[in-house]
Design a protein around this ligand. Structure first.
Ligand code: TYM
Length: 325
């Protein structure tokens, strides 16, 4: 099992419910690899000095949510040269047309229309394919928004195997039942994302409890007053029910049965999220006080990842038939 996250800023509730929680749940049944993908973040990072700090605090967050360094391999993408090396081969195995159809590229390029749109933003899925295929991942636990990237990875692997012989394992995306697509509390038509214009609709894992409660109290709901789970007719209410269901391990339909008013639903969801996040917040603050220990844990993960990744890269080189050095 492999999945990765970009160090682009603070981790939010969408990241947690869509991905991180599944990572923690899967770590004892699977051989798991999780990368902090700083090279992916480079597609939109231009300020010097921030990437390393963001990487370290994201590592603290990954351990704080419950990934156990004894069983889960947490590594930093730029520390493992094989990612960049295989990415080039992936770029030569995916077509311009396929990359042009990626909705994430279209969205991000449109949002950055006044900014620099790097070629890396366009070829981003080739690097992601390298991340996944290097670890022979069968399952990739992600939120809904990453499904298209896992599908293109599968297409790339099929094409490579067809051209050069069986080399890569074909991966599939795994998404959680509730929380695969957490929406912005202020704008429930859009997914919760740090690239949103304001942060009133984004719940960060490190937000103070009072801030979380306030964000839920101010959440945008829909016309009418009945609490029913209907993503199309009532996107705001449906989002709250999804979050509440994910936080309390039930289904959104069942969660709806307990409420007759929007106000009560908002307070209950806020309270459930505060309860779920409080221990994480406490643990992150402790971990950030011991940066040397964090660096040690990352080194350990890097070493384990390096061994697997370099062997797969060598296998790909052999399959292609590049001249051995
Ligand atoms: P990233 O860093 O944007 O997000 C990390 C994970 O959080 C999930 N997620 C959400 N889930 C539910 N609701 C939301 N509102 C929400 N927002 C984010 C994402 O689906 C993701 O699982 N391209 C990837 C990083 C990546 C990767 C990989 C993932 C690079 N290489 C290899 C898997 C395998 C990304 O930008 O995720």
């Amino acid at each position: 099992m492999l999945s990765c996250i970009q160090p682009t800023g603070e981790v939010h509730l969408g990241n947690y419910l869509g991905a991180l929680r599944t990572w923690v749940g899967g770590q004892h049944e699977n051989d798991v690899f999780h990368g902090i993908v700083d090279l992916h973040a480079l597609t939109v990072t231009e300020t010097p000095g921030v990437l390393g700090d963001n990487t370290l605090s994201l590592a603290a967050m990954l351990f704080a949510v419950g990934l156990d360094p004894d069983v889960a391999t947490i590594f930093v993408q730029s520390h493992i040269a094989a990612h960049s090396q295989l990415a080039w081969i992936m770029e030569c195995t995916v077509s311009y047309g396929e990359l042009s159809r990626m909705t994430q590229f279209k969205d991000k390029a449109a949002k950055r229309e006044a900014d620099f749109v790097s070629a890396g933003l366009f070829t981003y899925p080739a690097l992601q394919a390298a991340d996944i295929l290097l670890y022979d991942a069968q399952e990739v636990p992600v939120g809904d928004d990453q499904r298209q990237h896992i599908e293109i990875t599968r297409d790339i692997a099929v094409r490579f195997n067809h051209r050069f012989g069986d080399t890569f394992v074909l991966p599939k995306a795994v998404t959680p039942k509730a929380g695969a697509r957490v929406m912005d509390l202020q704008n429930p038509e859009n997914k919760m994302s740090t690239s949103a214009s304001g942060d009133g609709g984004i719940v960060y894992l490190l937000d103070e409890p009072t801030v979380i409660e306030r964000k839920f109290k101010r959440a945008v709901t829909d016309s009418g007053s009945e609490v029913v789970y209907d993503r199309t007719a009532k996107p705001g209410v449906a989002n709250l029910l999804d979050i509440l269901a994910a936080a309390t391990n039930t289904t959104p339909e069942k969660a709806a049965e307990s409420f007759t008013q929007y106000g009560a639903l908002k307070s209950a969801t806020g309270a459930a999220v505060v309860e779920m996040l409080s221990p994480i917040r406490k643990r992150v603050l402790e971990l950030m006080n011991d940066r040397a220990e964090l660096a040690r844990l990352i080194r350990r993960g890097d070493e384990r990842a390096e061994a697997v990744a370099s062997a797969t890269l060598a296998r790909a080189h052999r399959a292609i038939g590049v001249l051995p050095r």
